[in-house]
Design a protein around this ligand. Structure first.
Ligand SMILES: NC(=O)c1ccc[n+]([C@@H]2O[C@H](COP(=O)([O-])OP(=O)(O)OC[C@H]3O[C@@H](n4cnc5c(N)ncnc54)[C@H](O)[C@@H]3O)[C@@H](O)[C@H]2O)c1
Length: 387
């Protein structure tokens, strides 16, 4: 392992900056970093927001010394080792690349960035393997004791082969939610519920079942006056042969997030809304499974709920080791690729295979792929309508 002592990410205490001081920074980033700072050499040195009042209030409440409204200036003056990004998706690519170039590791909120082209630009700005800096995406639902236990059972085939799965993000968002002008638009929200809401469950499904191989899909605008979809359904085949249904909706009054995987020897179910703990998982053995084995499967260990803190704990360990963190690089790209393929399959009616969408494909640069009826309407002078 190769670790550069002079690198900002390897100095003690680790200097952290939070960029974007809105809802998720307040509810999740700041509390997770504050909790972790209690047990290790870590200091939140700065925060950045284009809204000066917001960043000043955030710093005052969090005891953070340096509020900034300019990211580049903060990077140059504070030289953080880790930058957490909690800004809207359209800024994720440029802000991640700026932080990586300044030598900082990055932990960027989902959705990663608006397109696979953007993601590949981020990967290209990362440092060398075994050193970094690297950029990881916030996919906190992969972390915690529940997914770790189930991933382990699946990986060692204790439950037999996975055969059939369901991945459901059925949430409810009303007119007031979509009255914010940036919502429901490709340029500002990045996509509809497949990209903005369902990506967590799809990411977890991929994390549990491994690589997918093909997808067919439908998308609709059934209720809201939006540019993107408000519901999508898909059929996904995995390399293992397992087949899954995927539903992403913001039209569902009885809200639930759910994953169900039927394996040869058991059904695994996760039922929750925005995060899960051990009690949200259920493993039902198939007839004939010895009771001592079925009982052993119920032992999820100490309850570690999925959370920003659960993911960040591992990221900090990886930084110390100079090791690529989970949910970065190819591992962070896979759910964005599945979402992109879902849109292409829905808008073209074609079956899309993993690896199909590369440079030159219209869906590589924009999730709407320029599709008639889905792409933003051109204005008379040719510019796109934006929020
Ligand atoms: N992981 C999760 O479970 C989860 C939950 C909610 C939101 N998110 C994601 O977090 C991100 C932020 O969402 P939010 O709900 O906190 O939004 P928000 O609107 O509450 O906060 C965004 C903040 O970014 C600031 N900002 C905008 N442009 C900026 C720029 N160029 N530079 C610096 N600051 C800028 C805004 O002023 C605002 O304070 C989104 O990508 C969203 O999808 C993730």
């Amino acid at each position: 392992m190769f670790v550069t002592a002079s690198h900002p990410s390897h100095r003690d205490p680790l200097r952290v900056a939070i960029v974007g001081t809105g809802a998720i920074a307040r509810v999740s980033h700041l509390p997770a970093l504050t909790a972790l700072a209690a047990g290790r050499p870590l200091e939140i040195v700065a925060a950045v927001d284009v809204d000066a009042d917001s960043v000043e209030a955030f710093c005052a409440e969090g005891g953070i010394a340096h509020p900034y409204t300019d990211l580049d200036r903060m990077l140059a003056e504070q030289r953080p080792g880790l930058v957490t990004l909690a800004t809207p998706p359209r800024f994720h690519r440029d802000q991640t690349v700026a932080a990586l170039r300044a030598g900082a590791w990055v932990w960027c909120e989902k959705p990663p960035c608006p397109s696979l082209a953007d993601f590949d630009a981020i990967e290209a700005a990362e440092g060398p393997e075994g050193e970094g800096p690297f950029a990881a995406i916030v996919f906190q639902q992969r972390f915690g004791s529940g997914p770790q236990h189930v991933r382990d059972l699946l990986a060692r085939q204790a439950l037999g082969r996975p055969l059939v799965a369901h991945c459901q993000t059925t949430w409810y968002r009303d007119e007031a939610y979509y009255s914010a002008p940036w919502r429901g638009r490709w340029s500002s929200e990045g996509g509809g519920p497949a990209m903005g809401h369902g990506i967590h469950q799809m990411d977890l499904l991929l994390d549990l079942l491994g690589p997918w191989s093909e997808i067919r899909a439908m998308a609709g605008r059934l209720v809201h006056d939006v540019e993107t979809e408000d519901v999508s359904t898909a059929l996904v085949r995995f390399e293992s042969g397992a087949m899954a249904t995927v539903v992403n909706s913001v039209l569902s009054p009885d809200e639930v997030s759910r994953i169900r995987i039927d394996c040869e020897r058991a059904t695994v179910e996760l039922t929750h809304l925005y995060g899960h703990r051990n009690a949200d998982w259920r493993i039902t053995p198939a007839p004939g499974v010895p009771s001592d084995q079925a009982e052993a499967w119920q032992d999820f260990g100490t309850d570690v709920p999925s959370s920003h803190q659960a993911q960040l704990t591992g990221l900090l360990e990886d930084m110390r080791a100079g090791r690529r963190p989970r949910s970065s690089g190819a591992d962070g790209r896979k759910s964005l690729e599945l979402v992109t393929a879902l849109y292409k399959a829905a808008f073209t009616g074609a079956t899309v295979r993993a690896g199909d969408i590369g440079p030159g494909d219209p869906y590589y640069r924009a999730l709407h792929g320029g599709a008639t009826g889905w792409a933003p309407q051109p204005l008379e002078h040719g510019a796109e309508v934006t929020a």
